[in-house]
Design a protein around this ligand. Structure first.
Ligand code: NAP
Length: 278
């Protein structure tokens, strides 16, 4: 496992397990447990996924079977738009912690910028409060564009450590990633596999056959070559293992560029501009 290092000196494993659209079920618990037992040290969830309890149970069971400490893991959850506003953040955070059965998160993200700039900034101040009070290890954002950052950074004192956005070869997000690099804020990709759609792309399949790896492994490795944190979701034990088996090969510059050239600025999720959760 490789880690990235935030501007505050804290580290984050570059590959994690996604849990979106995984019901609060035994399957969810089993996937999280299997991931940690297979070597994952990073799990991504969110209040709105409605699975924090079973994610937490999976974590607890895996800690028991592996003998790992809580501090060996990196757990992310996200603040939903309905809980925005500085005075609501601490309560929402405590609710997520309670559901997860944890006493801190490694990373808490504002899930979307929303459509109200003043509310966005006010909410970030609530995130800063948590961080200053040492209740959370790191604070970040998700789905922020350059415009959102410009508004935010002009008015706040603590920068987000990371921005989790949709990112795959069909959506390169180049201007945003250049901006984040200048600001020393990391990028993290959601739906890295485009919900499995990108695995059928001919270029992806060609690079997979050149490297002797699967299309999913090629895409995950492509994220790593770009320095982007990546959280593929799977509930299938063999795929959970496959998606972490990406540290024994690399892509050539030419292979990375071939995949970059697939860009069509095509999203599968909502455009953050104008999205307020509905
Ligand atoms: N911040 C945000 O707004 C936001 C939005 C969306 C997602 N996310 C986060 O990003 C994570 C990943 O995104 P995602 O869940 O949308 O989709 P994804 O990771 O791009 O794709 C998941 C799909 O790919 C399949 N899959 C996984 N590994 C595979 C492999 N090795 N070979 C073939 N198929 C494979 C999975 O099937 P099985 O599960 O059946 O194996 C599932 O159908 C989420 O789970 C969530 O944690 C965040």
């Amino acid at each position: 496992m490789e880690n990235i290092t935030f501007y505050n000196g804290n580290e984050m494993p570059i590959v994690g397990l996604g849990t979106f659209r995984v019901e609060n079920s035994e399957q969810c618990k089993a996937a999280v447990k299997h991931a940690i037992e297979s070597g994952y040290r990073h799990i991504d969830t969110a209040m709105i996924y409605d699975n924090e309890e079973k994610v937490g149970e999976g974590i607890a069971e895996a800690l028991a079977t592996t003998g790992l400490d809580r501090s060996d893991l990196f757990i992310t959850s996200k603040l939903w738009l309905a809980d925005y506003g500085r005075t609501n953040v601490a309560t929402a955070y405590e609710t997520s912690l309670k559901k997860l059965g944890l006493d801190y998160l490694d990373l808490y993200l504002m899930h979307w910028p929303g459509t109200d700039e003043a509310l966005m900034i006010d909410t970030w101040q609530g995130m800063e409060d948590l961080y200053k009070e040492d209740k959370v290890k790191n604070i970040g954002v998700s789905n922020f564009n350059v415009e959102h950052f410009e508004a935010l950074l002009a008015q706040v004192s603590i920068k987000p450590v990371i921005n989790q956005v949709e990112f795959h070869p069909y959506l390169l997000q180049e201007p945003l990633r250049r901006y984040l690099e200048v600001q020393n804020i990391h990028a993290e990709s959601w739906s890295p596999l485009m919900n499995a759609q990108i695995l059928d792309d001919e270029t992806v399949k060609a690079v997979a056959s050149e490297t002797g790896k699967s299309p999913a492994q090629v895409i995950i490795r492509w994220n790593i070559e770009h320095g982007v944190v990546v959280i593929p979701k799977s509930v299938t034990p063999s795929r959970i293992e496959e998606n972490l088996d990406v540290f024994n090969f690399s892509l050539t510059t030419e292979q990375v560029e071939q995949l970059d050239r697939l860009n069509e600025d095509r999203r599968i999720g909502p455009d953050p501009i104008g999205y307020n959760g509905h």
